[in-house]
Design a protein around this ligand. Structure first.
Ligand code: GLC
Length: 722
């Protein structure tokens, strides 16, 4: 029960100094000059005003799991949390119910560890595969991003804690992220980059929003009244509060004036010698009359309106012992539905007892997620190899021992991934081509199949590199794959690639060397169990791509990434406009390696009986999906809409809805219905949202290119306005 608090009264009783300090966080926690936070490892806190009954409130990351330190000085117990699959993998499930369950579990851990606001989800767009934080974002498509985030926020907030939708807005790169100026057409801003925030705010009412580091049209987003007051509050009715990203912006007074309520984490001490504390800046502005007390009090009220809902304000007795075993099951379940089967020429599943070999150091140095504020501290991470062995699959024991010893030797005794700041100076990439051809020949004699693990890691603060070892394979990865492929295939034996990556890599030049490719993404702590159960056939993969794997990096439409001048970008212009991801590839007929929405199954599905009906201001699109194959499975069916030629150009198709079947047994059929509000097919013409008159084509696809059913409906709206 939320304590009844008279916010007006509280604010009236605050001293001026308290008012000034309250809109600034208490500073970077656990810093040498700063006391430890209420929860060690949290990212920030707001100040306590005991005489007014205002407690400290705590904020912690992140999208793949609650990030707090697992160890505390002088305390023998552990404060581990659950490492869930990264957001891109969660989006690959296309399963709203699962996202809600993950949100509930994560929200429970937030509450039980004494945190009030979870700094997630992130809904920035996969504009370019090289963005270092793509793993922390859902998709290249705004609707899929939004629907995943809505379910997640509802899950988190159902636990009585707040979510924080970030990074608002147009923050699609890490290069010079704190100063880069994003220039983008208002149409692309509204239809692609603002859209996920708008839908989440309207449908899930997140308690908070985090403004981003970058500038938009020359102004820091955290200092933009157009964004934070006009759009966020006046147009969308946002009722929570806005916090900055950590140390974002360059003017605390402008942030407060623009509608950024809370400045995080607060420079209450000289953490950043180049900038004075924001409290001093705000005090000077109030005393000098530059900033009105009314505006300051408005920000405080916005913060308090949310904080009175927090566990801290309601003296929640948190246990420090959430049910990590139950949450491990949810992490596993989400991971199983997020795996995407990209290629399978009778290679998978590997039936029980079939002897096979696992190549690649990533089998032990398994990447559960990315680095930076999106990292996690789980009790364990099940490596791919441990999962395979635990599941009793017949992995070649000699090679298992070889890898364990080799990695131990190469790492000097510690092959766990150190999740500090990811860079190869600290942790050089290991060699992969560790076998002579004769050894591969011998292994291909005694084994029936081979897996080759390719893993990649990236993180906050820097973008990925268009180089071998990152976007491209290294020479010795390619040599290993080529050697294994030749040795096994000439005996008619199958070779499967396992991609343990957080964002697309180049695949076109080597996918023909494989009979199967399984995209494992970065699956969190249950990684090895997930892989073992998918390759062993206990789980039928049902994931579909939330982002395109391009054939060539040169095909990627965001050619201006990461901005100009190339040696030290200060501005990035989103010249591709709305043509992001499949909107570009499908409209300009650029062949991808694997398209948006693509994913195979161990079974087949047949679609039939499409009906499109108009029910007032809503369209109802229903159709049957039947499991036509021999294995139980789930299907993600996607609704794309092709608009008539009208006043403004449009992508050839746009995702306008999707549904996922239950687990269908062979022969079983389910009727799916996608509900589509008519106004959701509108386009922004630069001034307003319009719906072009004419016939709309409705495409039901198993992917954006594998269209199974089509239908048409004429839309006539008065005057073409919404
Ligand atoms: C970081 C990130 C943001 C995170 C915050 C607190 O710099 O940009 O996503 O929530 O700081 O760690």
């Amino acid at each position: 029960m939320n304590k009844r608090l008279d916010i007006e009264k509280i604010v009236s009783e605050m001293t001026l100094e308290e008012k000034i300090q309250f809109v600034v966080g208490v500073g970077m926690l656990n810093h040498k000059d700063n006391p430890k936070g209420k929860v060690y490892g949290a990212a920030g806190e707001t100040m306590e005003i005991e005489r007014l009954g205002i407690p400290r409130t705590s904020y912690a990351d992140g999208p793949a799991g609650l990030r707090i330190h697992p160890d505390r000085e002088g305390d023998s117990r552990k404060y581990h949390t659950t490492a869930f699959p990264v957001e891109t993998m969660l989006a690959s499930t296309w399963n709203r119910e699962l996202l809600r369950k993950v949100g509930e579990a994560m929200g429970r851990e937030v509450a039980e560890y004494g945190i009030d606001i979870l700094l997630a989800p992130a809904v920035n767009i996969h504009r370019n595969p090289l963005c270092g934080r793509n793993f922390e974002y859902y998709s290249e498509d705004p609707l899929l991003s939004a629907e995943m985030a809505v379910a997640f926020v509802q899950g988190v907030q159902s636990q009585g804690v707040g979510a924080c939708v970030k990074h608002f807005v147009a923050n699609e790169q890490e290069t010079n992220r704190m100063t880069i100026d994003t220039v983008v057409s208002e149409r692309a801003l509204r239809e692609i980059y603002l859209r996920p925030f708008e839908i989440v705010i309207r449908k899930a009412r997140p308690w908070t929003v985090m403004s981003s580091y970058n500038k938009l049209y020359g102004k820091y987003t955290s200092q933009s009244e157009w964004l934070l007051t006009k759009i966020l509050r006046e147009e969308w009715g946002f009722e929570g509060f806005v916090m900055t990203d950590w140390f974002a912006g360059d003017d605390a007074v402008k942030q407060i004036e623009a509608g950024n309520d809370l400045i995080m984490p607060g420079r209450s001490f000289q953490y950043f010698a180049n900038r004075g504390s924001e409290v001093a800046e705000i005090r000077r502005a109030i005393e000098g009359g530059e900033l009105s007390l009314d505006v300051l009090e408005e920000r405080i009220k916005a913060i308090l309106k949310v904080l009175i809902k927090t566990p801290a304000f309601n003296s929640y007795e948190y246990s420090n012992s959430p049910d990590l075993d139950a949450h491990a099951c949810i992490s596993y379940e989400a991971g199983c539905e997020g795996v995407v089967l990209l290629k399978n020429e009778k290679a998978l599943p590997i039936t029980a007892g079939t002897p096979f070999v696992v190549f690649g150091t990533g089998q032990l140095e398994t990447i559960r997620g990315g680095t930076g504020s999106g990292e996690t501290h789980p009790r364990y991470t099940i490596s791919l190899l441990d999962g395979i062995i635990k599941r009793g699959l017949a992995a070649d024991r000699e090679v298992v021992e070889f890898y364990r010893k080799k990695i131990e030797e190469l790492r000097g005794g510690d092959y766990r991934i150190s999740y500090g700041q990811w860079n190869e100076e600290i942790r050089p990439k290991l060699p992969e081509n560790l076998f002579e051809r004769a050894e591969l020949e011998e292994l291909s004699e005694r084994n029936e199949a081979a897996l080759v693990v390719i893993s990649r890691i990236s993180g906050e603060g820097k973008d990925r590199r268009l180089e071998k070892g990152d976007y491209y394979l290294t020479d010795d990865e390619l040599e290993l794959i080529t050697g294994v492929s030749q040795a096994f295939r000439k005996k008619g034996k199958k070779v499967v690639g396992i991609l343990n990556v957080g964002s697309p890599i180049e695949v076109q030049s080597w996918i023909d060397l494989f009979d199967g490719i399984l995209l494992l993404w970065q699956p969190g702590q249950e990684a090895g169990r997930i892989l073992a159960d998918v390759i062993g056939g206990h789980v039928n993969p049902s994931g579909k791509l939330p982002t395109t794997f391009p054939n060539h990096y040169a095909d990627v439409p965001s050619r201006s990434f990461p901005g100009e001048p190339a040696d030290n970008p200060s501005v990035v212009s989103y010249d591709e406009g709305i043509y992001v991801g499949y909107r570009y590839y499908e409209t300009f007929r650029v062949e991808p390696a694997f398209e948006f929405g693509f994913g195979l199954s161990y079974t087949d599905f047949e679609y039939s009986d499409l009906k499109i009906e108009r029910d007032g201001e809503e369209l109802s699109v229903s159709f049957n999906v039947k499991n036509n194959g021999g294995a139980a499975g789930k299907e993600v069916s996607q609704l794309y809409v092709k608009a008539p030629k009208g006043k403004i150009d449009k992508p050839r198709i746009e995702l306008r809805g999707f549904e996922k079947t239950e687990l269908l047994q062979p022969g079983e059929e389910e009727r799916l219905t996608v509900r589509l509000p008519v106004d959701e097919i509108a386009s922004f013409d630069g001034y307003r949202w319009i719906i072009e008159q004419g016939d709309y084509e409705f495409l039901i696809g198993a992917s954006s290119r594998d269209i199974r059913l089509t239908g048409r409906i004429g839309l006539r709206t008065a005057g073409g306005d919404l």
